[in-house]
Design a protein around this ligand. Sequence first.
Ligand SMILES: [Mg+2]
Length: 302
Amino acid sequence: MKDLNALNTHELRAFFDSFDHVLCDVHGVLWNVLETIPGAAAAVASLQNLGKTFIVVSNNTTATLDDYHHDFTSKGFPIKRENIVTPIQTTISYLKKQNFSKEVFVLGTHPLKKSLRDAGFRIAERGPLEIKETFHALAAASTEDDGSVGAVVADIDLNVNYVNLQKAVTFLKRPEVIFIRGTGDARFGVGLDRVVMGPGVFHAIVEECSGREPVSVAKPAPFANEFIVEKYKIGDASRVLFIGDSIPSDMGFATKFGYKKLLVLSGLTKEGALEDWKFPEEYRPDYFVDSLKSVHDLIGRI
Ligand SMILES: [Mg+2]
């Protein structure tokens, strides 16, 4: 585990020569919810100027690919639309690989549903969001199943409710119904010292009540990696640098698939966590750096 800022020019050149692709997380690396990380956009441009393919790997499904791309562009990040990977594309890819043609029941956002619809899938009705407060009304709204749903996709559902959780459980009682999980964190940060419940809390309810285990298509699951390797024709994992701020999710993912690891300390992980290591030993990054701004500055020095 080396601090990039402590490398000499020779070591820096060797480091920047050691990879061709960059896989990069978003929150905590390029921006936090409310603000862009200073120097991060310049770092992306510098890495691209060195000839690196810069690919964003995010678990955010609250925006369509077009909207997400627009978000990057408007914040000054020179990231190509085709170089953004989220569980939206991996979910679509997974369903296509199954030749899926039935309805999809989605515990997720409108952008996720719109993207699935645009990819040719039919979305099952949700709701109602509010029912008469009787068990009869709950049962009537959520326990009927005519067999038309063939997959449940559980991701982040910012309008999660009782009826929809039960509907998911009802459909999953049929063993042939595919169960896909996107973003599954139990909690996530939404700004300085503010942490909220993640979708994993609600997925756990569906899993427990249905007795089913989902296939995960989000980072750090193998399917997300298969998608990346196939799409970007990655032949040699050791020539890929993974940049992230989360030890379990980003460093864990990179470890599992043999990527070089750079941990940034501009998000979830603070410097103290490196001394007081509480994660599997193999998750230790090869390098760490305070933020991407330093990466930009260091490229200027080589
Ligand atoms: Mg992050």
